[in-house]
Design a protein around this ligand. Structure first.
Ligand code: SF4
Length: 379
């Protein structure tokens, strides 16, 4: 397949893998004292396991799976609040499909739908806008979820609703941003990371400069990467090369897609519609300063939090995870998914207990789907 096969060429991959092995050797990393590289994005986690890159790279290199799956980091109280809105009379609650099964403290959106709430899966906030036009007597709420990749489309739908003076459309905003959790991870006293593979889609929107602090203030290299196996391997090699040469820079392997300064139209739409929250809760990681977005006062009429009286109050948050769930430890690199006592037994993609098993981009789901399950290891 043109434009895909070139990025999956096994001969080229062997060459890059050999270079990775040489560089890991030159650094002096071994299995007992490996180099730790975090892939921030859940799409990269999925690709690493799908193509077996963790098995092809030398034992002196260890991938740590970052918090870049927006469904996985959605905290349980926010799921409860989504259910609360969805169960109001007259509401049609719309959401991307992968959020349907995320467990709340009482139930998921899927369970709420089974209980009678009018919850519909959509592919875009524009589908929700269309529902609003066609159902003037119902309140259409869109579950705004995701990183900088999806924040612009939600922002544009709010601007469009305002332009059309729609009064029955609102957004339950849970959009989050990538740089603050990276900073929180780097500030963690347990921090073991030597470098980062940066997210491709997010960077298409924000560019590469929001990562400058990683190299400048923390002395860690980061390379923005795409999602095909050769591209990912090349990006890992670039991180390793920086480490071996004692450099810490922001590099862009995905320059064919990611502009240095991002997408100005998307950035302008987001600046118009959102402002940072003081703090936002990440499942498994806790509260992180300035890591979430809320809808600005000028678009208050389209803010489901205001419309339905559901405010984000830290004092009322319940941070507890399901009993025995170790999602937070997986996301911070403290353990691998298989070390969680629930993995493969009480927690599977069919019946997820923790958030990392819900989405295919979650580290636990990727381990399970692509051979990480190996139930003999957890029996
Ligand atoms: S196996 Fe399930 S419960 Fe354990 S860390 Fe992964 S998602 Fe959480």
């Amino acid at each position: 397949m043109k434009y895909v096969d070139e990025f999956r060429d096994p001969f080229a991959a062997r060459g890059v893998l050999a270079a990775i092995a040489r560089t890991v050797d030159a650094i002096g990393a071994i299995k007992e004292k490996p180099i730790h590289i975090m892939e921030i994005c859940g799409g990269h986690t999925h690709a690493i396991f799908r193509y077996g890159l963790d098995k092809l790279t030398p034992p002196g290199l260890e991938f740590i799976h970052g918090p870049g799956c927006p469904v996985c980091v959605l905290p349980m109280p926010r799921v409860d609040e989504a259910v609360e809105i969805a169960e109001r009379n007259g509401v049609i609650f719309t959401t991307f499909g992968d959020a349907m099964r995320v467990p709340g403290t009482k139930k998921s959106l899927l369970q709420a739908k089974a209980d009678g709430a009018d919850i519909r899966m959509v592919y875009s906030p524009l589908d929700a806008l269309d529902l609003a036009r066609r159902n003037p007597n119902r309140d259409i709420v869109f579950f705004g979820l995701g990183f900088e990749t999806t924040t612009p489309s939600t922002a544009l739908s709010i601007q469009q609703a305002a332009a059309e003076r729609l009064t029955n459309f609102s957004v339950f905003c849970n959009h989050i941003t990538v740089p603050p959790p990276i900073k929180a991870l780097l500030d963690d006293p347990f921090m073991i990371l030597d470098g980062f593979v940066g997210p491709g889609h997010v960077s298409m929107v924000i560019g590469t400069h929001p990562y400058d602090f990683i190299a400048r203030d923390y002395g860690k290299p980061i390379v923005v990467a795409g999602f095909e196996p050769l591209v990912l391997l090349q990006s890992v090699l670039m991180v390793l090369t920086q480490i071996s040469e004692g450099r810490a820079e922001v590099e862009n392997q995905y320059a064919r897609i990611v502009p240095e300064h991002g997408n100005p139209i998307s950035i302008a739409a987001c600046n118009d519609v959102y402002e940072p929250r003081d703090s936002f809760e990440w499942r498994g990681l806790g509260e992180i300063d300035k890591s979430g977005l809320k809808i600005r006062e000028k678009y208050a009429a389209f803010d489901a939090e205001r419309k339905f009286g559901i405010g984000y109050a830290i004092a009322s948050r319940a941070l507890a995870e399901p009993d025995g769930c170790r999602c937070g430890d997986v996301m911070t690199g403290r353990i691998k998914p298989r070390a969680c006592p629930k993995f493969g037994r009480d927690c599977t993609p069919e019946a997820p207990l923790g958030a990392l098993m819900v989405s295919s981009e979650g580290a636990c789901a990727a381990y399970y789907q692509y051979g990480g399950a190996q139930l003999e290891d957890v029996a």
